[in-house]
Write a protein that binds this ligand. Structure first.
Ligand SMILES: Cc1cc2nc3c(=O)[nH]c(=O)nc-3n(C[C@H](O)[C@H](O)[C@H](O)COP(=O)(O)O)c2cc1C
Length: 362
């Protein structure tokens, strides 16, 4: 019995299947990527890293309506293929006002200094925010959520890493006021988003630090999962997207084939399964999911949504090929990170080393 192609309901929306393109900043050519992914058959695409404040390098975000047409176009294209679109909202984990000023004065002459200031800011930003500034940021979330709903996004994903990841982790959060708990800021963030977007579901990208062995710096620990899930549900969260916590170590959250620990398929499934034990809401598992067999097994084990990022970049037609029993035609991701993650680091658009003759393979 196949679960993968059964519809699944999240709050007020229903996806045609359980396959989700996990959030990935696509850089240049994003529009044509989303078209390929939607045409390839996935049930939902999550548009990554949409900042709730105007971003540093002018990446499309929801800090204003500047990119409204761009988003409307993506949503329209995806809907043509009955593919839902979610907006991943985040606030940077560093002081964007400070870094913007530095970038304007030193960006050309001393970019290294700006990079260093940004890294330093990540370590301290959460602790130095005044309650007034936190309330401004929460208001930014509310406004961005309202813009997302107005533009026709089907869902909002709150990015539980980035600034939220700092607030949830004792590595960054040394506050002594109300915001010292791992739940206060996320709870207020969810409420703010709910105030802004009244009708569409809200998903939370829940990021977990593991202790044995230790991976991830932001995010909550495994033993905090039950309380965190319960609290977010009470604030109105409709689903969870579970991953390893980040903060500077993308080599772990986007693990390559030769990663020392996250080696096999569905490498973060332990985390997602733990979350699913504490909620009846849909849970999305992500991390090196590649074969239909592994995806089906996760669905049988209580996971409602299958998040795939690099495998769908390698072969956006994966869903249709699986549905049509053409699995031998699937281009298998090598998890080399060269043209996807590598391209982003180099400031180029995402691509894949398997697409030497793109028109032929896609
Ligand atoms: C090129 C690239 C960019 C990514 N950008 C984001 C991002 O902006 N936000 C996010 O939450 N995750 C991002 N991710 C992480 C993915 O959503 C996913 O969690 C990770 O790649 C593991 O899934 P996979 O093994 O299926 O690729 C990115 C991944 C890749 C490969």
């Amino acid at each position: 019995m196949s679960y993968l192609f059964e519809p699944v309901t999240i709050g007020s929306i229903t996806l045609k299947n359980r396959i989700v393109f996990a959030p990935a900043s696509m850089g240049r050519d994003a529009l044509s990527w989303y078209e390929k992914l939607a045409r390839g058959g996935c049930g939902m695409i999550i548009l990554a890293d949409l900042s709730v404040v105007p971003s540093l390098f002018g990446a499309p975000g929801l800090g204003s309506m500047q990119y409204a047409d761009h988003f409307r176009q993506i949503i329209k294209i995806c809907h043509t293929y009955d593919c839902k679109v979610s907006a991943q909202l985040f606030h940077p984990e560093y002081d964007i006002r400070l870094i913007r000023e530095l970038y304007q004065t030193l960006g050309q002459t001393d970019p290294q200094k700006v990079r260093q200031a940004l890294n330093d800011s990540i370590e301290t930003f959460c602790d130095t925010l005044t309650p007034e500034r936190i309330h401004e940021i929460l208001h930014d979330f509310e406004l961005a959520a309202r813009r997302a709903e107005c533009l026709g996004f089907d869902m909002i994903q709150i990015h539980g890493d980035r600034l939220a990841g700092s607030f949830t982790s004792p590595v960054f959060n040394h506050r002594t006021d109300d915001y010292h708990t791992f739940w206060q800021f996320p709870e207020e963030m969810v409420r703010a988003v709910r105030t802004g977007a009244l009708h569409i579901p809200i998903d939370y990208k829940l990021t977990i630090r593991t202790e044995d062995p230790a991976y991830g710096r932001g995010g909550i620990s495994m033993d905090q999962v039950p309380e965190f899930v319960r609290r977010l549900e009470r604030c109105g969260i409709d689903s969870f997207h579970v991953s390893l916590a980040n903060h500077t170590a993308t080599g772990d959250t986007i693990p390559m084939a030769n990663h020392p620990y996250f080696t096999g398929e569905a490498c973060f499934s332990r985390l997602a399964l733990e979350v699913s034990r504490h909620t009846a809401k849909p849970v999305c598992c992500v991390g090196k999911i590649q074969s239909p067999e592994a995806a089906e097994e996760l669905c049988r084990g209580g996971i409602s949504l299958i998040g795939m990022c690099r495998q769908l970049i390698a072969d956006p037609k994966w869903p249709n090929k699986v549905f049509e029993n053409r699995t031998d035609e699937i281009l298998r991701c090598l998890y080399c990170n060269r043209a996807c993650v590598g391209a982003l680091k180099g400031g180029r658009g995402v691509s894949c080393i398997l697409h030497t003759n793109e028109e032929e393979t896609l």
